[in-house]
Design a protein around this ligand. Structure first.
Ligand SMILES: [Zn+2]
Length: 799
């Protein structure tokens, strides 16, 4: 792309657009970026979605936002400020005693600002005005130097002094960001005043702390406080805010990244991504390469060595492995949606600085396969928290009224800003990054570009240019990484010889006339993406679309099928996943064993490869209300024979056998553990835990079954709970044994295994709740003095 921008073009770009693109309305910014922006976002008000899947998903979110009662969002703020409120409090993480209360109100402000820009619907102005007025009343009533929150300032005392508290600055960041967004998008000046008063309160609080105290405080999740202060600085020009942004720089995380070292293992993923967005903002505003290196290195590392095929990252919210290790990282809790939301935001910044298709390819991958499909198909406000990558699981959504979790907050934002990254521009170029039916007005040029496509159901898009007089500019078309060699472009029906430049864009420079039509054809091809640490495990992709296997509704009740409701989360974590078939084939040409299903768009079936059966594949983001698999094990016939030879043999008479510590036995049985210890006794591996471990195991649907468990002598009299698919079953203490291996048989109640071919077994430490005094408050803590016994192996047998 760089090659198509002339020096004059750059100068014009610099003069015309005073400032950073990422917050869209450049007229609000007073501080110029030091790093030149190479491609600007369009103000979302200039982009409109046309009919299609994205518009439909946005409309569902629109309805949810517009129906929300502002008084409910203000309830906790009013109570905290000593004002009256008779509104019904929100539930879940917004319940009146929860330490994160208030965060959703911040997300709601941002979502309304984005939705207002996306639709132009003036109803959002009245809604946001009353919300901002209500927040200001609370700030005045609190009368604490600008403090504004739904919880008392005592939570800030706790985070400053290292006393256990959830994440008070994380919550405040959402409120700050929401106020900034409604100022930027909706011109609500009061929001900026309220925000600035809050900012000065942060200054007062942190002025009193040493560098060391601040760094200690930053061990607790604080969202994008640094990014927010940089934005406030660029909106006001006040140096204080730049200083405050620097205060919220987490050296512990930044320094290794600045040296291009991946020390991310063990870190909470979504705590770090917003910090790095802040680093990117610091780079843009200061030009300091320290921040630039952090941003670019981190992006590369996370998208290329720590992301699933969907573009999502994290496992139980953490990075729990070294880079490029995925084999044992498939769980019910992969891929937290907030991470995808924030990685997209980071990608957007980096694209602006260096427009290359690598960034837009990731953006498309994560938006289409990671974000789409995470809103409940019928219920607005119901979003997925994490997206399971474990074969044989199903989608679960947070019920709006009882959740208000972090991902509900980023969910209402994600589904309000699809127009955000479709197009970019600079002085003389227009970038077409995403294939989404939409219309963009390029005001500086008085040009409108309309994009019509049924992508991904059709493998082409049509761009129509509308201009009063012929004008010369460069149209930069992304040539996606997945586009086949048959990628082609026609202008007004005549084919044009185009190739991608090193940035991955095909640039067409010409004098464009009214009604010029550009058709891009990008035929899809099937390809596999193999897991780097276990290449037999692959995802199947058609063009940009990650395909998933339809695995049916086996062992799913209506609550599980709907994916929402009481108990659904426990069921998803504790009940058995039904394994996906494996594929065994010597075919090297994918289209010889993965064939399209006639008459059904983006639908395929495997032919003579599935063991025990072939599978229908459809786009993962459209796969709802049944079990699925995104990853499949694919073997040649020889590899399959070797695999079976190496596999743990099921003892005679047993239905199934789980041997802890065997890589493939762990994998096949979906073994997962929390706070676990591993070791070896007499050459046999064991696991024990201070919390829980679990695995799935086959049973007989029509006969009562028992579980035979192998322990070692020193585990006598140990105490623990056993549950089947999340339901506790009675167990007895293990009798005393000398130093030897011994087995204990447990009768599994028939009513809990009947009709099932597989169950989830969990070994859990009995929890003891205890009131513990922390500072001046008393909190309830879970204390366990026990560990589960060392488990070596388990097998199921007919009784
Ligand atoms: Zn989240």
């Amino acid at each position: 792309m760089k090659r198509t921008i002339s020096l004059i073009g750059l100068l014009i770009a610099f003069c015309c657009f005073s400032i950073q693109n990422v917050l869209y309305s450049q007229d609000k910014f007073v501080v110029n970026d030091k790093i030149e922006t190479m491609a600007y976002k369009f103000d979302m008000k200039d982009v409109r979605l046309l009919d299609g899947e994205f518009k439909k998903a946005m409309d569902q979110n629109y309805k949810y936002l517009i129906d929300m009662d502002v008084n409910r969002l203000l309830h906790n703020f009013r109570i905290n400020a000593g004002l009256k409120s008779s509104a019904k409090p929100l539930g879940g993480w917004e319940e009146p005693q929860v330490e994160l209360r208030g965060h959703f109100t911040g997300h709601f402000l941002t979502a309304c600002a984005l939705m207002y820009s996306s639709t132009g619907d003036k109803n959002f102005i009245a809604k946001v005005d009353s919300l901002v007025n209500g927040l200001e009343e609370c700030q005045v009533a609190l009368n604490r130097n600008g403090y504004l929150s739904a919880y008392p300032e005592e939570l800030i005392d706790r985070v400053e002094t290292g006393v256990r508290v959830w994440a008070p600055y994380y919550t405040l960041h959402k409120i700050f960001a929401g106020l900034i967004d409604v100022y930027v998008h909706m011109n609500n000046k009061k929001a900026l005043d309220v925000c600035e008063r809050m900012a000065m309160w942060v200054k007062l609080r942190t002025d009193k702390l040493s560098q060391e105290q601040i760094q200690k405080m930053l061990r607790v999740e604080f969202g994008g406080m640094n990014e927010m202060f940089y934005n406030l600085y660029s909106l006001t020009g006040k140096e204080d805010y730049k200083e405050l942004a620097k205060r919220f720089e987490d050296k512990f995380v930044f320094d290794p990244l600045s040296r291009k070292e991946d020390k991310l293992r063990g870190l909470h993923a979504n705590t770090q991504i917003p910090k790095v967005i802040g680093a990117t903002r610091a780079y843009e505003l200061t030009g300091d390469e320290y921040y630039g290196t952090i941003a670019k290195y981190f992006w590369n590392e996370v998208t290329k060595a720590r992301s699933y095929v969907t573009g999502g990252t994290s496992n139980f919210e953490y990075w729990r492995s070294e880079p490029n290790h995925f084999f044992d990282q498939l769980s019910s809790d992969d891929h937290e949606n907030c991470c995808t939301y924030n990685m997209l935001k980071l990608t957007s910044h980096l694209f602006s600085l260096e427009p290359k298709a690598e960034y837009s390819d990731y953006y498309e991958r994560a938006l289409l396969n990671g974000i789409m499909g995470t809103q409940h198909p019928e219920t607005g406000g119901a979003f997925m928290y994490s997206v399971s990558m474990l074969p044989g699981t199903w989608r679960i959504f947070c019920e709006p009224e009882y959740s208000y979790v972090c991902c509900s907050g980023t969910g209402i934002e994600s589904f309000g800003k699809f127009g955000d990254n479709i197009y970019f521009h600079n002085a003389n170029s227009l970038f077409v990054n995403l294939f989404i039916s939409s219309k963009v007005e390029w005001k500086e040029k008085n040009i409108t570009l309309t994009q019509k496509t049924n992508f991904p159901d059709e493998q082409k898009t049509l761009l129509t240019i509308s201009t009063k007089q012929p004008q010369e500019f460069v149209l930069n078309l992304r040539v996606p990484y997945w586009a086949s060699k048959k990628y082609s472009v026609t202008i007004n029906g005549k084919s044009l010889n185009v190739t991608a430049d090193p940035t991955g864009y095909a640039s067409i420079k010409r004098v464009w006339k009214n009604n010029d039509k550009v058709e891009i054809q990008f035929p899809f091809e099937l390809h596999l993406e193999r897991m780097p640490d276990y290449p037999n495990r692959t995802a199947i992709i058609f063009g940009p679309v990650v395909l998933a296997g339809k695995l049916g509704q086996k062992q799913m009740n209506s609550v599980m099928i709907n994916g929402m409701g009481e108990d659904v989360e426990r069921l998803s974590k504790e009940s058995a996943a039904i394994p996906a078939p494996k594929f065994v084939t010597d075919e090297t040409v994918l289209s010889n064993w993965i064939k399209p299903v006639k008459g059904k768009s983006l639908t395929f079936t495997t032919i003579n490869a599935g063991v025990p059966n072939d599978v229908t594949l459809i786009p993962f983001y459209r796969l709802q209300k049944e079990r699925y698999s995104v990853y499949f094990d694919v073997f040649s016939k020889k590899e399959w024979k070797d695999f079976l030879d190496q596999k743990v043999k099921i003892p005679e008479g047993a239905i199934d056998c789980f041997v802890f510590g065997d890589k493939f036995s762990n994998d096949e049985h979906n073994y997962q553990a929390w706070i676990a210890n591993k070791g070896e006794t007499a050459g046999r591996k064991w696991v024990k835990s201070k919390s829980w471990f679990r695995f799935d195991i086959n049973v007989a649907p029509d006969k009562p079954v028992m579980l035979r468990t192998t322990y070692y002598g020193d585990e006598s009299e140990a105490e623990y709970y056993l549950s089947i698919d999340g339901i506790h079953i009675p167990t007895k203490k293990i009798e005393k044994h000398s130093d030897e291996f011994f087995t204990v048989d447990y009768d599994l109640p028939f009513e809990m295994t009947k009709g099932k071919e597989r169950i989830g077994i969990q070994f859990k430490v009995p929890e003891k709740k205890k009131d513990v005094s922390v500072g001046q408050t008393t909190v309830e803590k879970t204390v366990s003095k026990y560990e589960t016994p060392k488990l070596f192996e388990c097998e199921t047998r007919v009784k």
